[in-house]
Structures are given as C-alpha cells and as structure tokens.
Design a protein around this ligand. Sequence first.
Ligand code: AMP
Length: 272
Amino acid sequence: MSQWSKDRRGRGLTISFVPTMGFLHEGHLSLMREAKRRCDLTVVSIFVNPTQFGPQEDFDAYPRDLNRDLKMAESAGADLVFTPERNDLYPEGFDTFLVQEKLPGHLCGLSRPGHFRGVLTIVAKLFHIVNPHAAVFGEKDYQQLAVIRRMAKDLHFDITIVGYPIVREPDGLAMSSRNVRLSAGQRTAAACLYQSLVNARQMVADGETDPEKILSAAAALINAQPEAEIDYIKICDPGTLDDVSSIGCPVVMAVAVKIGRTRLIDNMILSP
Ligand code: AMP
C-alpha cells in the first residue's frame, strides 16, 4: 500500500482516501465519489477495527461481505481497496495508542469508553500507510469527524479532512452497515431517530430556544417505540460538543438509540 502511494505521488498524482469498516452502502459510495472528485486517485480501506469495539460490543457480529464490497467500491470509482488483516495492523506486541483529552469526553465517548482511542489509533495508522492528500469522512459520525479533524491538526498531518453530509433512506433513517441487523418491525421503528431530529429542527425554526423542551419532545417521540432504548439525546456546541443551555446560534443535536440489540446514531444541525 505504501509503495503504491509513494509511486503515484512520485508521478505527481493526488490521492484521496475513504476509510471504512466495509459492508458498504450508498453513504460510503457517496464519500468515494466525493473523494474521486477531489483527487486523481481514490483509495478505500476496509478493516473492521477491533480496538474501537468494547468487550460487550458487536465486533464479531459486525456484518462483512468483502466480495460485494469490492464490486461496489469499484463501481464508485475506487482505484485501490486496501484490506489489511488484523495481524498486519496489530501484530504481536503492539502497544501504542493515541488518545485525545476533551472531545471524546462527550456523546459516544461516554457510552463507549475507549472507542475514540481505537478510532484515533487506526486512522493515524492508516493515514501513515496510505499517505493521502485528502481523506473523506461522513457527518453521520459527527463526533468522529470532530475528533479526527482535531488529531490531524494537532499532529500536523498534511491531509485535507473533508466532511460529507449524511445519506439517508427514503424514510430518513441514516444509512448504516448495522441497519441490516434490524428486523422488519425494528427497521420501521428506527425512523424515530430522524423524526425526533426533524421535529427538533422545526421547533428551533419556530423560535424555541430551550434545549430541555426540545430534548423532552425528542425523548417522547423515541420512547413511543417499544423496542427503542435511548442511550443519549444531546444538544451541543458544534465545535466543543459541550451541552448548550440556550439556543442562540446553530447547535448540533445528536442521538444514540438502541433498537433491540442494534445501536444507531444520527445528528442534525439546528439553526434558529
Ligand atoms: P463505517 O464503515 O461505518 O466506519 O463508516 C465509514 C465512513 O462512512 C465514515 O466516515 C462514516 O461517517 C461514513 N458513513 C457511514 N454512514 C454514512 C451515511 N449514512 N452517510 C454519510 N456517511 C456515512
């Protein structure tokens, strides 16, 4: 992978990079098209990164289908798909991790201790190996994008970090590899995440400035689904992710909900 990249760079070509955990969907493909638009060549990585999963999480159950993924990546314009094995990236004796102090102390970082340590470590490693000019990440993982932007800046990675808007199903559910794990009934119920965000956006557009009122309305919408269990619903400062006490400028509302055994996340910017 490194040699390929060095060779292409030597020929004056630019490289964009889309890291994924595979089981690709239209959200991933949109990132790839955006990546392709920005650079001469696009690299996609597929690696289900064990270090970002907690011991009770779904690493083993995470959906995988490499042959299908390779065809889809090619159709979206990927020039190379990098598919390392666990031992390539975490060989015997591996002992160095990357941590960030503040941003991971919010949202998913609280419900998933160690998650962003794993994300930062794998993304930094992939950045070194792939050595791209630009890397594209989805806004679906809002906190992840913020954490990676911070890391790239703090550690002087000479890589343009690009955010891409959330790609949704017709009923608004954010596309996710995990959606295939939902039963038909759960799949219908899962639209409540998006509905709670759209309702919040409308409340703010109509002049509501109290986050508590918006959060209770969202909780009521989600709790109306018997299989939904709220992990968190937060209204935060889009830069620091701190909770806001009043909405006077654009904020980000982020939700994490378990539907049965599947944990789903979504977010939306609310602008007064
Ligand atoms: P994952 O394979 O879930 O680790 O995601 C790989 C990349 O795709 C991350 O940058 C995600 O934010 C992005 N992504 C996942 N789902 C979506 C979506 N529905 N819309 C846009 N980007 C997405």
